[in-house]
Write a protein that binds this ligand. Structure first.
Ligand SMILES: C[S@@+](CC[C@H](N)C(=O)[O-])C[C@H]1O[C@@H](n2cnc3c(N)ncnc32)[C@H](O)[C@@H]1O
Length: 406
């Protein structure tokens, strides 16, 4: 075993980590339920990995941050964290979920949403989002059952200027995003405009509680280390490839932990679209988040899923992990949760790529639950009508531990 890993973990720590991997608890607490990001970590897993492998003030990096689970958990226990993702929706969410927001701003958004209710009547003239429509961001949300939701979204967004600052606007967009995902993504029956309006208020109230809880914990954890002249959280909208060129990595010691979950080979996941009624795809989340998409599924998943081989997947993976090797040092531990549709062929190719990038695997027999000495979990196939939005195809997920091979 690598000496860094040997030093850090007691038997009971390993037990707790294994429990967290199998945890089926709903993703909840703090700002975690602001959005159902596909294939997101369990916060319990992220929290335990960060606690076990780092100390307050240490740097944690998540180069595929997705819904920002790592950033939120790192922030509340006083670790610095840099997250990156190629998806602008992810950066939007990370900025909304991992930032401290004051009570006054949360109250202002609730008051605004309550006052807005009467102005959202569908008999009011429409305020069309022409620029977004031209670019196709309202695709598949204007049929008989979906247009009331679309029109309500347009009316709410047209009144966003009444909010006073970026924090309030971002929080309001996030509440709208959560409500619209609930209404449109993989639902069998699209709710009426009235039900949508009530849900929006309910979400603002719920999210305010989560944001308050997060902000309190984050502020309390500020005392754990001195961040003067440095930073606590950074969100980068960029590819993991070339990450070493970000100036921030010249100004900070190497990360103690890289905790991440890259796109899964051969597993169908839509990070950038909602599936209206479980079928037709819409890029509407980008419109609501005021972010640009403009890319197909392959952009977010290391290549085309439907190709016969995963060659492109491993090429992109290699480039990305070569970059991670450049920001790491001999004390950096990399913990990954990776899913495979066909582990027998995909895992060896995955590990070979890690090896080529300069990482060596460590296995822990004390927590393994398979003859290969690793810790696995089975992810059931969650159909489009299941209550777990952001569903992913059936896969087996494994926890991998690596350190630099030098
Ligand atoms: C499995 S998800 C991460 C989920 C995350 N662990 C969470 O808790 O929400 C993988 C992420 O990788 C991102 N991604 C894909 N290609 C990337 C690249 N080249 N660089 C950075 N991020 C990328 C996707 O946009 C997606 O958000």
């Amino acid at each position: 075993m690598h000496p860094v890993l040997e030093r850090k973990m007691s038997d009971s720590d390993w037990g707790l980590l294994a429990d967290a991997v199998h945890s089926n608890d709903m993703v909840a607490g703090y700002t975690h339920d602001f959005y159902k990001y596909p294939a997101r970590f369990s916060p319990v897993f992220a929290n335990r990995v960060i606690r076990f492998f780092t100390e307050p003030g240490d740097l944690v990096v998540d180069p595929f941050m997705g819904g920002a689970t790592t950033l939120v958990e790192a922030r509340v226990i006083g670790r610095r964290c840099i997250g990156a993702d190629i998806n602008k929706l992810s950066t939007f969410l990370a900025r909304a979920k991992a930032a401290i927001i004051v009570r006054k701003d949360l109250d202002a958004v609730l008051e605004w949403a309550l006052n807005l209710r009467d102005r959202l009547n569908l008999r009011h003239p429409p305020i069309r989002a022409e620029d977004w429509i031209k670019e196709g961001y309202q695709r598949n949300i204007s049929c008989r059952s979906t247009w009331p939701t679309r029109k309500t979204l347009e009316l709410v967004l047209a009144n966003l200027h009444e909010l006073k600052n970026t924090s309030q606007k971002r929080f309001a967009r996030c509440a709208l995003l959560k409500t619209a995902q609930w209404a449109l993504d993989c639902t069998k029956v699209i709710p009426s405009a009235k039900v949508f309006r009530e849900k929006l208020i309910e979400n603002v109230v719920k999210m305010s509680k989560g944001a308050t809880e997060f902000s309190r914990a984050a502020k309390a954890s500020d005392k754990l280390y001195d961040a003067r002249g440095g930073f606590r959280i950074r969100c980068l909208n960029r590819s993991a490839i070339g990450l070493e060129n970000e100036p921030i990595f010249n100004k900070t010691p190497a990360p103690k932990l890289i905790l991440t979950s890259p796109p899964y080979p051969g597993v169908h996941v839509l990070y950038h679209r909602w599936q209206v009624k479980g079928r037709k795809e819409t890029p509407a989340p980008f419109w609501i988040a005021n972010s640009i998409d403009g890319n197909g599924e392959a952009f977010y998943t290391f290549g085309h899923r439907k190709r016969k081989t995963n060659k492109q997947y491993y090429e992109v993976l290699l480039q990305a992990y070569k970059s991670l090797a450049k920001i790491a040092d001999k004390n950096t531990i990399m913990v990954q949760m990776v899913g495979f549709s066909n582990p027998a062929s995909q895992l060896p190719a995955y590990l070979e790529t890690m090896d080529k990038a300069g990482f060596k695997e460590d296995k822990f027999l004390s927590i393994s639950n398979m003859p290969d000495g690793r810790l696995w979990r089975i992810v059931p196939n969650r159909k489009w009508y299941a209550t777990h939005k952001g569903s992913i195809g059936s896969s087996k997920e494994v926890v991998l531990f690596h350190t630099l091979d030098r």
